[in-house]
Write a protein of this length. Sequence first.
Length: 128
Amino acid sequence: MRLLLDTHALLWWLADDTRLGAQARRLLSDPTHDVLVSLVSLWEIVVKQRIGKLEADIDEIAREVRNQGFTLLDIRIPHLLTLSVMKTHHKDPFDHLLMAQAIVEGAAFLSDDHNATRYDVRLVPCSA
């Protein structure tokens, strides 16, 4: 199974946060699954860190993504083409691009964002 982590799912995994549910933990720890972490999430973390909404060390997070064996996903033209035709049900541009990437990559989107259910993306709740 391919999984693309929403930014909060990534942070919860790295912090061993109890909000990350048992099913999500099983999926993420299964070495047969391809876990994707988008540069979009790293960008979102830096933006939130810069405006004071999040304390984070992006270098440490990027290093841990590699140590976990997760695949770092670049932003590519097919992602942007899919994004360009997606309906806008809410205003978060990071979420929009992450969901477009999940669709293009054939990945389930691991997220607890209630807005994701309004899009044509395969969703796996991360608190379950």
